[in-house]
Design a protein around this ligand. Structure first.
Ligand code: UN1
Length: 514
């Protein structure tokens, strides 16, 4: 049997990762070395996976110029033809699914199933973009003037920027890049400095397809810190749209820089998602939905369930069952089948987990399960035992997003109270209600209910499909990406009026005689 190191070498060879030590791709890998090395460590055991050279100022400009140049060629290719290129990309991702999934597991610490799921999410959006490439529709509107026609159409933007986070090191890029591609845009990706390898591997896959298809290299990659490269992208007028996924704090900075130049942005910021569990819920479904939402990806999803609001009629039973799940949940090596919770991304994430728990206890919260570091034999990674905390909704810590597996439990009496608690946080990404009562679920999904961008009934806050528009309100930033009509964000809208008559009637009946 191959040793773990040998297996890793073989994986890297299959993904063409052994030679590359550059984090800059613009039609080819840049050979320019910078002093700033971006090191990718595996959270599984803290080992160094590889390091890449960050993007130099000279390369930055070369890359943006490349993206502008390839846009000029790409935009001339009709959308359905762009779609057929995306079909090939989807196929290449299918072929590389196991390997890319394993790389995501190694670099981000996701379980094997979640690592593969992330690549599946890319395949799904590739498929979606193929269909979309024949459906980029506009509108014909009624004109108030005789012999006039009004229309609305969408035209491409140009190069767009994608700044993504470590927790979905590949799929969130594809939500943006693939949709933008069929819309006619090119894209520039700055991944998280914690997960540069997934980005490098994906660039290898997609650039080979573009080369084989004989089309321009529309996907570029740059690496570096958010403060330096991220800010530069946000201020760069050549980059028409910035799609940013990350914390509220960083998102505000990006948003200010982009709006200073009146550019467009899509903000996908923090969540503080809650599930309401009614006494009309199917208990097993509610337990599974809440547990998946709170524990998957070790609580490091934007969509992770951070609060559960339980009816006082079933509170004791629900909490007891949840305590059992938490005490038995398998934390450990994400490469092992049976592991449900892998490591946190790094030591600083573990410290934030610990700090939030002691803060919650100071504010009067009661730790019901977990909440400590977990020792995993032979692995020097960042493992914790997920924390279940009985809390009050007015506690300050419950209004903050801690990117770790901490679930606060609250009790409610009426559904109106539950919704009030639910909406009492600054963030507004995803929400759930578990109930079999039609009136309750209708209330929750109406304007009287959840104030989030994503609302679920009898399924958890995490694990959205790509077909819907993904995003949230309030501090989450208001952006929408992925499915539905989110493609419109990657294009600019034109209202067109055509006079095909022999006179010039004016709108609003205005007379102008010359
Ligand atoms: C994120 O955490 O930034 O809905 C994205 C989900 C995933 C995507 C999460 N499909 O949980």
């Amino acid at each position: 049997m191959a040793s773990p190191d040998r297996k890793r070498e073989e994986l890297f060879a299959r993904l063409s990762l052994e030679e590359i030590n550059s984090g800059t791709f613009y039609g080819r890998w840049s050979k320019q070395k910078t002093n700033a090395l971006i090191k990718s460590y595996s959270p599984i055991d803290g080992s160094l996976l590889a390091s890449v050279s960050s993007t130099s100022p000279v390369d930055y400009d070369k890359l943006v110029s490349h993206s502008e140049k390839s846009y000029k060629e790409w935009v001339e290719i009709p959308p359905p033809k762009r779609g057929s290129v995306m079909l090939k990309i989807g196929q290449a991702l299918r072929n590389a699914k196991e390997d890319l999934g394993m790389l995501v597991t190694l670099e981000a610490g996701k379980t094997i199933s979640e690592g593969k799921g992330e690549i599946q999410e890319m395949i799904d959006i590739a498929d979606f973009s193929v269909g979309l490439s024949r459906q980029l529709e506009g509108l014909v509107l009624a004109s108030e003037r005789p012999w006039h026609r009004m229309m609305e159409q969408y035209v491409p933007l140009g190069p767009i920027g994608i700044i993504s986070s470590f927790n979905f090191p590949s799929s969130v890029w594809s939500w943006n890049a693939f949709i933008a591609a069929v819309c006619g845009d090119t894209s520039i990706w700055k991944p998280s400095s914690k997960t540069p390898l997934a980005a490098v591997a994906i660039m290898n896959v997609v650039s080979s397809v573009l080369e084989e298809e004989g089309v321009p290299q529309i996907f570029s990659l740059m690496t570096g810190s958010g403060e330096e490269i991220g800010s530069k992208m946000a201020s760069d007028r050549r980059i028409k749209l910035i799609s940013f996924t990350g914390s509220v704090q960083s998102g505000k900075k990006v948003s200010l820089l982009v709006s200073e130049r009146l550019g467009k942005s899509i903000l996908e910021l923090g969540g503080n998602n809650a599930a309401v569990v009614s006494d009309h819920a199917d208990m097993e479904i509610a337990l599974k939905g809440v547990a998946f939402g709170a524990l998957a990806t070790a609580g490091q999803r934007c969509t992770s369930t951070r609060r559960v609001i339980v009816s006082d009629k079933i509170y004791d039973t629900f909490v007891k069952k949840m305590e059992k799940i938490y005490s038995e949940v398998s934390v450990g090596d994400p490469r092992k089948s049976g592991t449900l919770v892998g490591p946190l991304i790094d030591e600083s994430a573990v410290r934030k987990f610990e700090a939030a728990i002691s803060e919650a206890q100071k504010e009067g919260g009661r730790l019901l399960a977990g909440g400590t570091r977990a020792k995993i034999k032979g692995l020097d990674g960042y493992y914790v035992k997920p924390a279940l905390i009985e809390a009050r909704p007015d506690m300050e810590i419950c209004k903050t997003e801690t990117f770790a597996p901490i679930l606060y439990v609250f009790k409610y009496h009426t559904l109106e109270d539950a919704v009030q608690i639910h909406n009492s946080v600054p963030q507004g990404l995803s929400s759930s209600i578990f109930t079999k009562d039609l009136l309750e679920s209708e209330y929750f999904i109406s304007h009287r209910g959840s104030d989030c961008g994503i609302v679920n009934v009898n399924t958890g806050t995490a694990g959205a499909e790509i077909g819907g528009a993904f995003g949230g309100e309030k501090d989450t930033g208001g952006g929408r990406e992925s499915g539905s009509d989110a493609w419109k964000n990657y294009m600019r809208r034109q209202t067109i009026t055509i006079n095909y008559g022999k006179e010039l009637p004016l709108a609003q009946g205005v007379e102008f005689k010359i």
